[in-house]
Design a protein around this ligand. Sequence first.
Ligand SMILES: *Cc1c(COP(=O)(O)O)cnc(C)c1O
Length: 431
Amino acid sequence: MAVQTIAGNAITASVDLGPAVALSCRECGERFDLGPLFACASCFGPLEVAYDLPAGDPEALRKRIEAGPDNIWRYAPLLPVPADVADKPNLNPGFTKLVKADNLARELGVTGGLYVKDDSGNPTHSFKDRVVAIAVEAARAFGFTTLSCSSTGNLAGAVGAAAARAGLRSCVFIPHDLEQGKVVMAAVYGGELVGIEGNYDDVNRFCSELIGDPLGEGWGFVNVNLRPYYGEGSKTLAYEICEQLDWRLPDQIVIPIASGSQLTKIDKGFQELIRLGLVEDRPYRIFGAQAEGCSPVSAAFKAGHDVVRPQKPNTIAKSLAIGNPADGPYVLDIARRTGGAVEDVDDEQVVDAIKLLARTEGIFGETAGGVTVGVTKKLIEAGVIDPALTTVVLNTGDGLKTLDAVSSTSQATATIKPSLDAFRAAGLASA
Ligand SMILES: *Cc1c(COP(=O)(O)O)cnc(C)c1O
């Protein structure tokens, strides 16, 4: 238990975040007490949560997890949350469906087993509920009373809803020109929603300024000063996928990239499961997916670069439209280390892939789901993804939030008078 003082502020909090013991710098390894910090004081590298994880008896740990609740808290022994987390007011996301996508597999020629991890089933219909649930516990531990974020859309809704449940104030920031579904989802929970005249990277820069200013004092920005904790929520995708595959690593996984946080933490989750003896240590390949209109990581991967050159986003996949992705270089490392790749598809391919997933599996994904399915198709056709191996594709959000992407091409087949004659004339009858 550490005592933490928030700089320039009288707030002190006794920190109990379960197995989390410290923050450590991803670049230089320096350690810091648990607190609302995100950058190393020595080298400015990103900070990550370090744990004292339950060691020794994988069978006992597996049983304990399997006996847990049907949400992310079944993995509480591996997360920066207090042991009694399931008793606190939280949206309790996770344990979403892993759908065996046999129809899509046939269409794409996959023989080794194709699965869609469908995170549209979370409380606010995107994967962001996972990361926010962990950040809420950190915010509580550090005594923050206002929850905030810079968002490409889904995060704003997840923060608004989680704050409402947790009894915290929320004030979230989005680019002013987001899809109507995202705006309404962010506003309906009753917190403050601020549209910023600019793109996501402008919003993010503004939030970084706000954190250093008295105007933002006592605020927990889930993806800025609470980012190390927030990121850990994405590990639960790795845990769930392995548990749902009967405690086995997938051979290949296709993950969308916005900031790249999710992809790096899914890799961290796989590594932890191997280290804890919960899955067999076998090779796995991680593929990153972007939209062509915002593809800084894909461009760097293809050019063989280690650094990511920022882009100005212009794509319908707005949830992934981060032109200067914080975790880009780490994504490149992981794709190369695991024998994966980073690829992109254009907006037309995104729309086609949304409809392909809907038509084959009855899953209506958002544009980010179109990006992963489209990239999967492209990489199979290019002979990069091996169709004979087990492949998991993430759908991270709900198509109802990005209706504009498909509304012009998804309309009533016919509009007729309510009469049998009119129906016969429409040519849709069985006889
Ligand atoms: C935020 C988001 C992602 C990925 O975010 P990262 O910043 O890369 O972790 C993926 N899909 C959807 C729908 C999102 O909202």
